[in-house]
Design a binder for this molecule. Structure first.
Ligand code: GUN
Length: 294
């Protein structure tokens, strides 16, 4: 079986068109452009690329965006002061601090300092708790993007064996929760999982979020499985590679996501969706007499 390739690029284009249209209507009704502030500390090349793509995404759908660059040796206090400044900025509805942060910075304090209603990453403890309860305000962008891709590809997860490889707070854990809420049977694997290929071969839907190039090989995949590749790894030759050995695995799958052009672009699209939602909620809260602007 040769797997069909689920294009994050194509799905994103269609979702972004809808976001752009909703943003235009919102601006016509309220005079407000959804605004995102992205804060980056230091100059990690991968983070710089992600941040640039986030800014490009904002421009594409007609949002306002600001980038705030802090020096690599910035302190927690400096970053917290920057967040305070952005909280008071009328043009900004969503605040995102690019992770990972340099070691001297207290990441927990930073994530908790972003008001939950401006936390377009969905990383604030309150938003994480809401997600666990099935009452999410903002879904974390990568897991939300994966769920959207499955939906657009007409792949139902209810009753399926879903195996998530990786247990990060950003991807593995929240994705497992979303799959569970969509009635999948979910297994989370990690570095101490015994007999990993035995577990991954059970998967109807296998999600690789490990951060190691070509970690998932053909022998780890069941014939006809759906494979979602979250990895974005830079090879020595400068090329990007996923966590899945695409060329070897694709022929065994019924559907597979590519890298690049797969989950990564969806992540940014979901960030745009969250930013629009943040703007809508904040403006509505400031104008409680208006029942709805959109
Ligand atoms: N670093 C890698 N992925 C992400 C993300 O989704 N949000 C933030 N803020 N940092 C990241």
């Amino acid at each position: 079986m040769k797997g069909r390739v689920i294009s994050g690029k194509e799905i994103s284009a269609s979702v972004r068109q809808k976001i752009a249209k909703d943003a235009r209507e919102f601006e016509q009704a309220t005079g407000v452009k959804p605004g995102l502030a992205v804060v980056i500390v230091g100059e990690d090349p991968a983070s710089c690329v992600y941040v640039r793509n986030k800014e490009k995404g904002c421009a594409e759908v007609g949002f306002y965006s600001e980038r705030h660059q802090l020096q690599a040796h910035a302190s927690t206090e400096e970053l917290l002061a920057k967040i305070e400044e952005l909280k008071a900025n009328e043009k900004i509805h969503g605040i995102l601090v690019q992770l990972p942060l340099p070691r001297q910075i207290d990441e927990k304090a930073v994530v908790s300092a972003i008001p939950p209603e401006m936390d377009v990453d969905g990383f604030h403890p309150e938003n994480v708790g809401r997600l666990l309860l099935g009452e999410a305000r903002f879904l974390p962008c990568t897991p939300a993007g994966i769920m959207k891709m499955l939906e657009y590809a007409h792949i139902s997860v209810a009753g399926k064996e879903c195996v998530v490889v990786g247990r990060s707070n950003i991807v593995g854990k929240p994705l497992a929760m979303l799959l569970l809420q969509a009635n999948a049977t979910v297994t989370i694997c990690h570095s101490q999982t015994k007999n990993l290929p035995d577990v991954t071969r059970r998967a109807d839907i296998l999600i690789a979020a490990v951060g190691k190039a070509h970690f998932i090989t053909a022998d780890m995949v069941k014939e006809g499985a759906v494979v979602i590749d979250v990895g974005i790894n830079r090879l020595a030759n400068g090329k990007l590679a996923g966590d899945v050995d695409f060329d070897a695995v694709a022929p065994k799958t019924s559907a597979i996501t590519p890298v690049p052009g797969g989950v990564g672009v969806m992540t940014i699209t979901m960030l745009l969706e969250n930013t629009l939602k943040a703007a809508q909620c904040q403006i509505e809260r400031k104008n409680p007499d208006r029942t709805s602007f959109y």
